[in-house]
Design a protein around this ligand. Structure first.
Ligand SMILES: Nc1ncnc2c1ncn2[C@@H]1O[C@H](COP(=O)(O)OP(=O)(O)OP(=O)(O)O)[C@@H](O)[C@H]1O
Ligand code: SF4
Ligand SMILES: [Mg+2]
Length: 338
């Protein structure tokens, strides 16, 4: 399967200061604007997995949908191989759409229940340069084999294969247009824990073979640990901590990250710092205040936390949005800064 290198070895995709507002109307037709994503920036290189973790409603899926231009943005930019895709008219963007694909949480959503898997897959072969029916069938057979299945399985309907097989087939579907970037939105969470590892290994293997860039969103912090090189922790539309996988897992400093990791009870890696228990629940109201959005839930909140908190670098490549983690680590149960 061919992939094109990003020009000059730069990132496949770059997101700059992304803002996304959703406009809704209530029963009285009054307009409400909710900021689902508030100033998010990151890059993903070929062969790399960038993961976003965070509780439900934090804006993870919205970031991925804007990245793939499945929905518009309010502010900021998304550069795919250097081009701002939200400024390109849809007609001119269409040939490029094939290079960015999505794997859904629920593989059933990827297939038409009324027809064979083959006919759903066939639509995706048309996004590339295949010409004849024989070429289409060969492309489908190759994609199905690449996810570890026999090509004949494509003659069945979605209800006639197991959940694990169907997720493999939905991955095959997303590979058919020969993408450079895959948005994996909870790719294993609809599956039995016993087969999650197989899908993780398959995704890692396909990434290796095709030099794919992955944006991974997952609640399962073990899956993220197994797959990602870099991780962003998102809370109410903002990244609160960003770093390499080990910076975020072993050296987490933001109280929110520490709370998530402690709640997940991971066996590895060993973590620095005291355990943190977050109280209460995520509430969109907190996003309307200028200061830290975690103040109601953070055991370390003090008055100064009501001031705006920028993302600041604590060490090379490790960013955190919490003044106490940077200036008063020991007071909030972290090892002293060297
Ligand atoms: N189409 C939409 N119209 C209005 N609001 C939306 C829409 N899609 C998402 N939202 C809101 O935007 C916020 C972020 O939603 P999003 O689905 O991106 O979160 P998420 O982190 O993916 O959550 P989950 O883990 O549950 O999938 C939420 O408050 C959600 O209610
Ligand atoms: S800024 Fe304050 S409230 Fe926010 S995470 Fe840091 S210590 Fe907690
Ligand atoms: Mg989501």
């Amino acid at each position: 399967m061919s992939t094109r290198a990003a020009p000059g070895g730069g990132p496949v995709v770059e997101v700059r200061e992304l803002v996304k507002d959703y406009v809704t109307r209530d029963a009285r037709l009054r307009q409400h604007i909710a900021r689902a994503v508030d100033g998010v920036s990151f890059q993903i290189h070929a062969g790399e997995t960038f993961a976003i973790v965070g509780e439900s409603g934090s804006g993870k899926t919205t970031v991925g949908r804007v990245l793939l231009k499945l929905t518009s943005l309010t502010d900021g930019a998304v550069l795919f191989r250097g081009d701002e895709i939200h400024e390109i008219p849809e007609r001119r963007f269409r040939p490029d759409r094939r290079h960015m694909q999505m794997v859904f949480q629920d593989p059933l959503a990827a297939f038409d229940p009324q027809t064979s898997i083959r006919s759903s897959l066939r639509e995706f072969t048309r996004l590339r340069d295949t010409q004849s029916r024989a070429e289409e069938n060969e492309a489908i057979a190759e994609a199905v084999r690449s996810v570890g299945l026999e090509p004949e399985i494509a003659d069945r309907r979605p209800s006639q294969v197991s959940g694990g097989q169907l997720q493999r087939l939905s991955i095959a579907r997303s590979l058919l247009p020969e993408p450079e970037l895959l948005f994996l939105d909870e790719p294993t969470s609809s599956l039995d824990v016993s087969i999650r590892g197989q899908i993780v290994n398959l995704l890692l293997d396909l990434q290796d073979r095709n030099d794919l860039a992955y944006l991974l969103v997952a609640h399962d912090l073990r899956v993220v640990y197994a797959m990602a090189q870099r991780v962003a922790v998102m809370y109410l539309g903002q990244f609160v901590e960003v770093g390499s996988r080990d910076q975020v897992y072993a050296n987490a400093v933001h109280p929110y990250t520490r709370g998530l990791l402690d709640a997940a009870e991971l066996d590895e890696p060993p973590r620095h710092g005291d355990p943190v228990r977050l109280v209460g629940e995520i509430s969109e109201e907190a996003a309307k205040k200028p200061g830290c959005r975690l103040t109601q839930r953070c055991p370390f909140a003090v008055e100064r936390c009501e001031e705006p908190q920028p993302l600041r670098e604590t060490e090379a490549g490790h960013l955190v949005r919490c003044w106490r983690a940077i200036e008063q680590p020991v007071e909030i149960g972290l090892p002293a800064n060297e």
